[in-house]
Design a protein around this ligand. Structure first.
Ligand code: AMP
Ligand code: MG
Length: 520
């Protein structure tokens, strides 16, 4: 396995001079050198051939012992120096101070086909940022991250990617529900890939410490390597940098809303500076359409990170980034303009996204109301978001029938829907039909276009849990099956129809399916 290694990150940015791997505050540095932990019995259980190709790693290499040892931290690739990054963050609305890569270790940087990638292990042992925790990850959360990142990519959502999923062979103690019942679980390591793992929190930490020198070094590095179109550093460039981060963040969240993804922990340390979905923890997929839903039990009380609040939180997080970049700009007005722009853009982009989910492509003033009424209706009784929009594509715009039948499969209890609610749906479908008749497309054309934005297959919470339960017993076939299924989320895949189904009743209240803690 011969990789084209680069060192742009570690050569351009200040390193922590202390090499001892002890937990501490690290100042005036973007990262600390660390060595991954040796593990007892490393075993690769899945790899992404496609991601391997992106990095210049062949299928044969992916199966080699050398690859196994690299992606489980048991060997360090020649002439590379692994490191953990130092960042801070606002967690659940409060300043959290220094956080950092507590259990992520960046291995190296690879350049292939004119693309630069950072390769990072999650769960490969302690770093100076591990605080009170062990630096490890368990199998269940690793499967969830590994599968979801790739599923999101194929849905067209900006995200970090997955390269490999491995067992460490070590046991890890976790209290899943934080209720005093710790138990040993299988340790696992995911290797994940991104052009950059920098977060809002990397900028916040220097601003909070009044270290404007390193704040500038980091901003200049980021612009030069990731936003080269913005040109040479200047106050104006920093403003434009913030503008682009703001736009990318909004675009990412609009995609989340489109596919029904709830991140679960939108702390500023989990916000990528490139606008990529990062850190798949207690995330979840909407089953019943519900703006108030969050998968994260840690957030159960305030539901700060609920589905319907994600766009607001994106903005809140951008305020924190604006504060962090302010010392480089020293003017509030341009930053405020960008933040205000976010709100305007959100309204527009959200409308356009919802129109596309409904197969509406011309402008109509009443669409806002039509969408509002739809969202209200969807929350009257439990209605599966994915199935609803996918099957809505079969709507007949010319002939009125028993319209609700077209989306019958989306209702969790169709037989129990009251006449009053059915009437509300009839009213909505009548309006929808009238509206569709203003569009030039035939039903068949519209269906094709709608199916490109309304996925048929998403990683439903119970599906990941089934793969986890099987993997716990040593059967990794479902991981592979889901991995393949989710490569084509918009395709009909008639053989996989069983995954185009509502959450089964057994999963309604099962831990891991509807309830997830941050324990991972
Ligand atoms: P998260 O909520 O997973 O984004 O984590 C927040 C912070 O806690 C990050 O700095 C993580 O690196 C750190 N962290 C989470 N789990 C562990 C762990 N098992 N060991 C060390 N650090 C951890
Ligand atoms: Mg994190």
């Amino acid at each position: 396995m011969k990789l084209n290694i680069k060192n742009t990150f570690i050569s351009a940015l200040p390193a922590d001079p202390i090499l001892e791997n002890s937990r501490r505050q690290v100042t005036e540095a973007v990262f600390s050198y660390v060595t991954p932990k040796q593990t007892k019995a490393p075993k690769v259980i899945h790899t992404s051939t496609e991601m391997g190709e992106e990095l210049g790693i062949s299928k044969e290499d992916l199966q080699s012992d050398f690859f196994r040892d690299i992606v489980t931290g048991n060997n360090v690739y020649p002439n590379t120096k692994p490191y953990a990054m130092c960042y801070a963050g606002h967690q659940f609305g409060n300043w959290g101070g220094q956080l950092g890569d507590g259990r992520a270790i960046n291995l190296f940087e690879v350049e292939h086909q004119q693309k630069n990638w950072k390769v990072q292990l999650k769960g490969a042992g302690e770093t100076p940022y591990s605080r009170t925790a062990d630096g490890l990850a368990v199998l269940r959360s690793s499967i969830r991250e590994y599968l979801c990142a790739e599923a999101m990519f194929h849905l067209g959502v900006p995200t970090t990617r997955s390269l490999s999923l491995s067992l460490s062979g070590d046991e890890v103690l976790r209290d899943v529900l934080y209720n005093g019942n710790p138990a040993y679980e299988k340790g696992a390591i995911v290797s994940r890939i991104s052009p950059s793992f920098l977060r809002f929190g990397n900028f916040e930490i220097f601003a909070a410490r009044n270290d404007h020198k390193n704040l500038k070094v980091l901003a200049d590095y980021t612009i030069k390597n990731h936003f080269p179109n913005l040109g040479e550093p200047s106050k104006e460039t920093y403003v434009n940098f913030f503008k682009e981060v703001s736009e990318r963040t909004l675009d990412m969240i609009i995609h989340w809303q489109r596919v029904g993804f709830v991140h679960g922990v939108m702390n500023t340390d989990n916000m990528s500076i490139l606008g990529l979905t990062i850190d798949y923890g207690p995330y979840g997929w909407l089953e019943g359409f519900d703006f108030g839903w969050t998968p994260n039990t840690t957030d159960r009380q305030h539901k700060r990170y609920r589905y319907g609040n994600q766009p607001n939180i994106g903005l809140w997080n951008l305020y924190q980034l604006a504060n962090a970049l302010y010392p480089l700009i020293e003017e509030t007005k341009p930053l405020e303009e960008i933040l205000n722009r976010y709100k305007v853009d959100f309204e527009q982009k959200s409308l356009r996204m919802m129109q596309s989910k409904l197969g509406l492509y011309t402008d109509d003033k009443n669409d806002i109301n039509l969408i509002q009424e739809l969202e209200d209706n969807l929350q009257l009784v439990e209605t599966d978001m994915t199935i609803f929009f996918r099957n809505l594509a079969n709507f007949d715009k010319l002939n009125k029938t028993d319209d609700i039948k077209v989306v019958e499969k989306a209702f969790y209890d169709f037989d129990d829907i009251s006449e009053e609610i059915k009437t509300r749906w009839t009213v909505w479908f009548d309006e929808y039909r009238k509206r569709l008749q203003k569009e030039p497309f035939t039903d068949a054309d519209r269906k094709e276009k709608m199916n490109d934005v309304n996925p048929k297959y998403v990683l439903r919470n119970y599906m990941a849990q089934l793969a986890i339960d099987a993997a716990d017993e040593g059967d990794y076939s479902l991981i592979d099956e889901l991995f393949k299924l989710l490569k084509k989320p918009y395709a009909a895949q008639p053989k996989n129809e069983k995954w185009f189904a509502k959450r089964p009743e057994w999963a309604r209240h099962k831990v891991g399916c509807s309830m997830l803690s941050c324990s991972s």
